[in-house]
Design a binder for this molecule. Structure first.
Ligand SMILES: [Zn+2]
Length: 358
């Protein structure tokens, strides 16, 4: 049971390691999309110029004229191809980094497990000298393959979504009577922003899937050590920027076979292995208490401004008025094509809950 200061220090090391990997990937995606947009921009600019000519006749281009202009200038086809290529590149790049990421996860989880046991296990005990790195490498290979497939599947629709968003901006048009140069510049800006909406989604997918691969590798290591464990604990990094659901989930204990933490997209919560008591493992040494901070106590100890930043005024008022409970702040969300995740309970649901309890 003894989560020690060393355990939490390893957890910090894991977070730093993940942040480094994720920011590298972030940078590579942003660069790749910026290069692609630089190449696509002239085609969109040509299509927009055609449409502005129509606008100068004092009417908005029809849907059909927009489609024709995009086709004639090859803007739409080139963009679809470019985003598909970006998705493929991203899948390949992430796949290449995953073996190393899962290996690091596995090693650090083994270290974390060791940190919950006495530093000096009596010689002769079955656990003396054990490294707890017991996971089968095949399990990690499976995680790498699954994540690569998932990244590709999720990134694929971005091509259709981004080009549809870009096209709809041209259909909406800009105010008639604007100077043609200003109208063209404004439209090109808007189209560029829509393209970058695809980029933003691609970044979220990459981050989320890398974090999930990391968690899956950690879980596999825990399962390989199941004879020593009673389960795992959900641990958030607590602060004013931590979201309501992560605050509520922090410290909760889960079965060894329960996957997770099934955090929301881009969520950074971690699982910490809960070892059996030292006495149950046959080690006759008194065990220190767990050092995982209690969420509600930590929350209440924060300045009011920080509490407000974390929950927002409405949630905080409901909580302080005793109209909702701490655990009400987290809810399961079902998402098509993705795993269930735990997200902040929508405010409307919290209000309904409070009203029902009156
Ligand atoms: Zn969160």
């Amino acid at each position: 049971m003894a989560v020690t200061h060393r355990t939490l220090a390893i957890l910090d090391a894991i977070r730093l390691d993940l942040d480094r990997r994720i920011s590298t990937e972030d940078r590579l995606i942003v660069e790749a999309w910026a290069r692609a947009w630089a190449e696509l921009r002239p085609a969109w600019s040509a299509a927009i110029d055609r449409l502005i000519l129509i606008q100068q006749q004092g009417r908005k281009p029809t849907r059909r004229e927009v489609s024709e202009a995009l086709r004639a200038t090859k803007a739409i086809v080139a963009t679809q191809d470019a985003i598909i290529a970006l998705a493929r590149e991203q899948g390949i790049r992430i796949s290449a980094t995953l073996p190393d990421l899962t290996k690091a996860a596995r090693r650090l989880e083994a270290e974390m497990l060791a940190s919950t046991l006495p530093p000096n296990i009596p010689p002769g005990h079955a656990l003396a000298g054990v490294t707890f790195d017991r996971v089968d490498p095949k399990a990690l290979d499976a995680i790498v393959r699954r994540t690569a497939r998932q990244v590709t599947a999720l990134t694929w629709p971005l091509s259709r979504e981004a080009t549809a968003a870009m096209k709809s901006i041209l259909i909406r048009g800009v105010a008639l009577g604007m100077h043609p140069n200003a109208a063209a510049a404004l439209m090109l800006d808007r189209v560029g922003l829509a393209f970058n909406g695809g980029l933003a989604r691609a970044v979220v997918i990459a981050r989320t899937e890398m974090l999930d691969a990391h968690r899956a590798a950690t879980a596999a290591q825990d399962k390989a050590n199941r004879d020593l464990l009673t389960g795992w604990q959900w641990v958030a990094s607590l602060g004013p920027r931590t979201c309501p659901s992560c605050w509520a989930m922090h410290g909760t204990e889960h079965d060894i076979d329960e996957p997770g933490p099934i955090d929301h997209q881009q969520g950074r919560c971690a699982r910490v292995p809960l070892t059996k008591s030292w006495r149950d493992l046959g080690i006759a040494i008194d065990e220190p208490a767990s050092v995982v901070p209690d969420a509600l106590t930590t929350f209440r100890a924060m300045p009011h401004a920080d509490q407000l930043a974390a929950l927002g005024a409405d949630r905080l008022a409901l909580l302080n008025g005793g109209r909702i409970g701490w655990s009400d702040l987290a809810a399961v969300r079902k998402t098509d094509g993705w795993r269930d995740s735990i997200v902040p309970t929508p405010l409307a649901d919290l209000r309904a809950l409070a009203a029902a309890r009156r």
